[in-house]
Design a protein around this ligand. Structure first.
Ligand code: SF4
Length: 321
């Protein structure tokens, strides 16, 4: 059974950690609650860190696009400098982390769609802002997984986020103390996962490892950069189909014509969005067991993150709304 490294995640403290919202409340998130046992969390509340109490008068983003100011309307205080200084110093001292889960729509932590007011007294606003803390996270860690707890209710977004943080956590361990062989093994186990994200990058990573003459540290550094780039997008349906067709190739000589056409029919249904990827994956998994295909059995594509996070994905969608 695969043992997963614990991803290091920075999160907004008000999500499942502390009742530190401006109104003294806490935000519930089943996803974060369940992830706690599989990850190392670094919860932070930027507003409390800059000296605002709990409860407190709310702050808001005010001003022109690209020049956001953090204002507390009741006191008229401009907290922009304080918040930027705190964010900079907190993020600068972060050890290697694998991702961020921030509170949606907050003037500090919101990663998108934050209300930007036209003036301090003005009640008119547009939802195109980014929280000040979140903005600095984006600038300092542009390639790391960054989501808010609202978006993580979406199955596809959540699966992508979990896949990325657990893959990056495993690589971080190898980067810290792994050998060249560990890196080769990592590439081999993740081959089809990487292929689903970015075919060209996956091949470049393979080529990098075929040049064993370079110093290991330099290979790890280059490989890490490529890995971040590879995982920065979302796998497309067509890329997943490409991977599934590769899998079919492993078994086509052993399968009956009926079995192959059943698989291809399901592939078409997946292409049309009528069934999830999991249906086809389970079919292939059954062939792996039947034909004892060890190389495919090790592929992380089949289980990129812990099983219990996978099983409850559908329940989340019902529960969190
Ligand atoms: S959204 Fe951010 S600043 Fe606001 S309470 Fe939560 S952690 Fe604190």
């Amino acid at each position: 059974m695969r043992k997963f490294e614990k991803p290091r995640i920075v999160s907004s403290k008000c999500i499942e950690f502390e009742s530190c919202r401006y109104n003294g409340l806490i935000i519930k998130s089943n996803m974060v609650k369940n992830l706690k046992k599989h990850a190392e969390f670094y919860p932070v509340c930027p507003e409390v860190e800059i000296g605002l109490g709990i409860p407190r008068d709310p702050v808001r983003i005010v001003g022109k696009e690209g020049k956001p100011q953090m204002i507390q309307p009741t006191t008229g205080k401009n907290l922009t400098k304080k918040m930027n200084e705190f964010s900079n110093s907190f993020l600068k001292h972060l050890d290697d982390v694998d991702g961020f889960i921030l509170k949606n729509r907050s003037p500090s932590c919101g990663i998108k769609n934050v209300k930007r007011y036209y003036g301090i007294k003005n009640t008119g606003s547009i939802r195109d802002g980014v929280g000040l803390f979140a903005q600095m996270v984006k600038e300092k860690f542009p390639d790391l997984p960054l989501e808010d707890e609202g978006r993580l209710r979406n199955l596809i977004i959540r699966e992508n986020f979990l896949t990325r943080i657990f893959t990056l956590a495993e690589f971080r361990k190898i980067k810290e103390s792994g050998t060249f062989n560990d890196l080769v093994e990592f590439q081999s186990r993740n081959k089809f996962l990487l292929l689903s994200y970015h075919q060209e990058h996956m091949r470049s990573m393979g080529r990098l490892l075929s040049n064993a003459n370079k110093p290991l540290e330099s290979i790890k550094k280059q490989y890490g950069k490529l890995l971040l780039q590879t995982l920065s997008g979302n796998p497309k349906i067509t890329s997943n189909i490409n991977v599934l067709m590769h899998f079919l190739g492993y078994f086509s000589g052993d399968l009956s014509t009926e079995e192959k056409s059943f698989f291809l029919e399901n592939l078409q249904r997946y292409r049309e969005g009528r069934i999830p990827l999991l249906v086809n994956l389970n079919l292939i998994k059954s062939w792996i067991i039947r034909f004892g295909e060890e190389y495919l059995d090790k592929q992380t594509f089949f289980q990129p993150y812990p099983k219990d996070m996978m099983q409850i994905t559908f329940i989340y969608d019902k529960m969190d709304k």
